[in-house]
Design a protein around this ligand. Structure first.
Ligand code: GUN
Ligand code: FE
Length: 431
């Protein structure tokens, strides 16, 4: 077998493991990690009696190798309306988002955008994501088709919405559920693709639709569920108006059977203690979306408080989020915690966007670090990609300091190469 060997001068491995002058051994026939270690040790192990290497060597001296980044909440169709001016959540949805999403019944639009979006993820070092498509099954088929070609590990599903949205996005409850069922039959666990049952949020689904989504969720062991929760005060008030007899926003989802360990709820900024307790009791995960929360003026997410109750992942939420870069996202997450006198260290942040996010999505047996037999999704990072970074890095004394500068100043410019299951899928243009 042609095993790829990747000696590096520096390399972050399992958090907080760091190997200066390390090597990563990849079996590129099966796309998995064989082992890693000090390059000297690895090189001698793979040399034959004449001292020649039985493997192909890629030298990334002076670069840093990290596991691929994972984005746990992002809307691929919204890449076409990212950075739309002036509104908070509900007006932003009505005035910009729904208008753009209506285009995705056209398979050509869906394929073009899915392809562009996936390439943008790779350019940002993101190798896996939990994604919203639109309510059109075409949008999901297009996304999975393009992802399957790239062999990226992705999760998505058709967005369920049957009220409080334009007619061209609403799909009757039974039809939406049938569409999801077909998508599960066609795509769930085909290659590296997974399906998530995807009610948009309590406002755009009738009780009947939410209930059917809950029944479908209960009938599968490995299908995911994703939706939004408690992002904005007007949104919460609207949910209370639609569901006056429920205890609160989370209780609507709880009552409909939507909570559980395979459920990821985006935002969860404004919650009562009883709601945090239900998150804990059900194992439901929260996805924190810092650039989105700032852009839509939604509020300040309390990371340490939420972590006391349940698993938290971190995500971009493009197109309300303003960057697909998980590094930029961490930098904004840090500032949101600073405003509340909380900290977010570089180790915690970088752990979160790799193994931490993998754990939240129950994918840590497959991705998230460089343990043997995991899938070889990784990024090659150029810590001195810009003149400023190069100058600033030269002033650092410790690894922690370097990683913190990377987290605060890094973005797509530091991503030199992105490798998916042992295959290089993105290389930064040097022109
Ligand atoms: N809540 C319901 N839909 C959306 C969406 O598309 N983006 C965000 N940020 N919040 C939502
Ligand atoms: Fe979202």
């Amino acid at each position: 077998r042609d095993i790829t060997l990747l000696p590096v001068i520096e390399g972050v491995q399992v958090y907080p493991q760091y190997i200066a002058d390390g090597a990563l051994v990849v079996d590129d026939m099966i796309g998995c990690i064989v082992e890693y270690g000090r390059s000297e040790t690895i090189l001698s192990k793979y040399a034959n009696e004449e001292g020649r290497l039985a493997v192909k060597v890629h030298d990334y001296r002076d670069k840093l190798i990290m596991p691929g980044f994972i984005d746990t909440h992002v809307h691929y169709p919204q890449i076409d309306m990212i950075a739309a001016y002036g509104e908070q959540l509900l007006d932003w949805l009505n005035n910009y988002t729904f208008v753009t999403e209506a285009n995705f019944g056209d398979p050509k639009v869906a394929h073009d955008t899915a392809q562009f979006f996936l390439n943008q993820l790779l350019a940002n070092g993101t190798t896996s994501a939990m994604v919203f498509s639109t309510s059109h099954p075409e949008s999901v088929n297009a996304f999975f088709t393009e992802s399957h070609k790239l062999n990226t590990r992705m999760i998505t599903g058709n967005v369920l919405m049957d009220q409080n949205a334009p007619d061209n996005l609403c799909v009757p409850a039974e039809q939406g559920i049938r569409d999801t069922q077909n998508i599960i039959d066609n795509w769930h666990e085909r290659g590296r693709q997974h399906v998530a049952i995807t009610p948009r949020f309590a406002i755009t689904s009738t009780p009947k639709q939410l209930q059917m989504a809950g029944e479908l969720y209960a009938s599968y062991e490995s299908v995911y569920l994703q939706t939004h929760l408690a992002e904005n005060h007007d949104e919460i008030a609207f949910v209370k108006q639609l569901y006056p007899t429920h205890k609160g926003y989370l209780d609507v989802y709880d009552d409909m059977g939507l909570l559980g360990r395979r459920t990821t709820l985006a935002h969860g900024i404004h919650l009562e203690i009883s709601e945090y307790e239900r998150l804990r009791a059900t194992g439901t995960q929260i996805s924190h979306c810092p650039t989105s929360n700032l852009f839509l003026g939604s509020g300040l997410f309390d990371l340490p408080k939420t972590l006391r109750y349940t698993g938290v992942s971190i995500a971009t939420d493009v197109g309300a989020g303003t960057s697909l870069s998980m590094l930029t996202t961490l930098s904004e997450a840090y500032k949101i915690q600073q405003l509340q006198s909380n900290q977010l260290s570089a180790h915690q942040g970088l752990y979160q966007i790799t193994l931490g996010n993998a754990q939240s999505l129950l994918l840590d047996n497959k991705i998230g670090n460089f343990m043997p037999n995991k899938e070889a999704d990784f990024v090659v990072i150029d810590m001195g990609a810009t003149a400023l970074l190069e100058r600033r890095m030269a002033q650092t004394k410790t690894l922690e300091e370097q990683l913190f500068v990377l987290m605060m100043l890094g973005d797509d410019r530091v991503i030199d190469q992105t490798v998916i299951a042992g295959v290089s899928r993105y290389r930064k243009s040097t022109l």
